[in-house]
Structure formats: C-alpha cells, structure tokens
Design a binder for this molecule. Structure first.
Ligand code: GEK
Length: 248
C-alpha cells in the first residue's frame, strides 16, 4: 500500500471489526502522526534521548533501539553521537516498520552505521552496549518476558552505560487510574481524535499494551541489576526512566 500524503492517523476513524491492535502497514504509514497525537511528551522524550546519547554513548560501543518503529529515537541518537566507532542497532519485529526504517536510514547522511533488524527484541543479543532505548516498547511484551529482557540489557551494558525506558504506566489506586485516564482522553480529543477513535483504539489495545505501575518498573529494574534509577520525565501516565549501570 502506498503511503498517503497527509500521513494523518485515521485507523480508527470509522467503525472497525473488533480485534487486537497490530503494527501493520496501515499503522506504519501514519505512525509519526499517531504517536505524536497519542503520547503526551513524545517529542520531549526524544529530545532527552538525544541529550542522554551525547553524554552516555562511549567510543567503540553499540547502541540499541529496541522496538524502533520508524527510528525516531535511532535518528535522535545518531544525530547526537560525537564519539567514534559506534554502531547503532535498531530492532523491530514489524516488517512494515523496518522496511520504512531501512529506507529512512539510507536517506540520512549521518556517519554512524545503523543496522536494522527485523526480529523480536526477546531474541536480540546485546553486547558492548553503552546505551539501550526501550521507548514505549516494553509495555507490548508479555509481562513474564520483561524481567528476562531487562536482565539481558543490564548484562549487555558496559559499566557507565544507560538504559532509557519510557512507558505508559498504570496506577494501583482506582481513583488515580481514572484521574489520569480521563485527562489523557482530553489530550487526545484536543489532538483531534473523536470519541469513537479513542474508544476503538482503547479496545484494540486491551491485552496488547499491558501497563505496569511505576513501582513494578522500579522493582524489575532493581532485580535486573540496576542500582541507579531516575524517573527523569513524566506527562500524565507517560513516563521515562534512566537506569545507569554502575562503574563497579
Ligand atoms: C519511537 N520506539 O518512535 N520485538 C520487537 N519489536 C516489538 C515487539 C517485539 N517483541 N513488540 C512490539 N514491538 C518508538 C516507538 S512503538 C510504541 C515504539 C507505540 C514494536 C512494534 O512493532 C512497534 O513498532 C514498537 O514496538 C512500539 O520512539 O506504538 O506506542
């Protein structure tokens, strides 16, 4: 299917057959518009990822963007790395995403090599990494697969390396869950989504995007080995953590 010129997300604009959300061609075509209008703070987080890349990426190491989609974080890092000998590995299991990402990498004149891999991040072998990004990806993995992945990321990082983990989180208190859900829907309405679009996407994401609480994230990061964890960003229930592997 050809990419439409507007790039406007209308995936749920008309009544659709109920079914699970998938990162298919229809979604990949409009993905930048979809994520920007759905995730409060997405542009800020990308800006932060660029700054963390500048500070944390070490010479002759690897950088991983896990669940890269069209490579927004990949490019943010690529454009901010000034040290030499760095290889960026961008992974996504959606061929609709990685085919577009490969084309975009080939159009980008930056020097740092980017290898695009179409595979599940549960299969990705990580080594000599100074930076790993999970920008709104872990939430799509089955909960029992998350801790093993975080453990492999910790092991794959060099001392002083950083994991950036951005997630939509949930809340243990029902009132707080409702408080943040309502305001997020207001955000989406303000971005031009109709109530039908909001309701249909919500239904499609049920059991596909399974959010953890902030405490569950902190506990999993600690169990994986990270002793230094900071929630450096939050806008409604969309947050980002930086987790650093100590020098010792
Ligand atoms: C960005 N990081 O723009 N293995 C590999 N990829 C996966 C898996 C898996 N097991 N499960 C889901 N994905 C991006 C945005 S989007 C977030 C990330 C969102 C991929 C999936 O194909 C999709 O491209 C991505 O994770 C999640 O900074 O749509 O809310």
């Amino acid at each position: 299917m050809k990419d439409d010129f507007s790039g406007r997300d209308q995936v749920f604009a008309n009544p659709v057959e109920p079914g699970p959300f998938a990162f298919n061609d229809q979604v990949a075509r409009v993905f930048p518009d979809m994520i920007t209008r759905s995730v409060p703070g997405y542009a800020d987080i990308l800006q932060g990822i660029g700054l963390f890349a500048r500070r944390y990426v070490q010479p002759h190491t690897r950088v991983y963007d896990l669940g890269a989609s069209l490579g927004a974080a990949t490019f943010e890092m690529r454009h901010n790395i000034s040290v030499t000998g760095v290889e960026i590995i961008a992974v996504d299991n959606s061929p609709a995403m990685t085919s577009r990402l490969t084309a975009a990498v080939n159009q980008d004149p930056s020097v740092a090599p980017v290898r695009v891999r179409t595979e599940s991040i549960t299969d990705t072998v990580l080594s000599s990494a100074s930076m790993v990004v999970l920008n709104f990806t872990l939430q799509f993995l089955a909960p029992e697969l998350r801790l093993p992945l975080l453990g492999r990321i910790y092991k794959g990082l060099v001392p002083g390396g950083i994991l950036i983990l951005s997630e939509k989180i949930s809340y243990a208190q029902p009132w707080e869950q409702e408080f943040l859900t309502e305001i997020h829907w207001d955000f989406k309405r303000k971005q031009g989504y109709s109530d039908l679009e909001i309701a249909q996407k919500r239904q499609a994401l049920e059991n596909v995007l399974v959010p953890w609480t902030a405490e569950e994230h902190r506990e999993a990061l600690a169990t994986a080995g990270f002793g230094q964890v900071s929630q450096w960003y939050g806008f409604f229930q969309f947050v980002s953590f930086g987790a650093v592997k100590g020098q010792g």
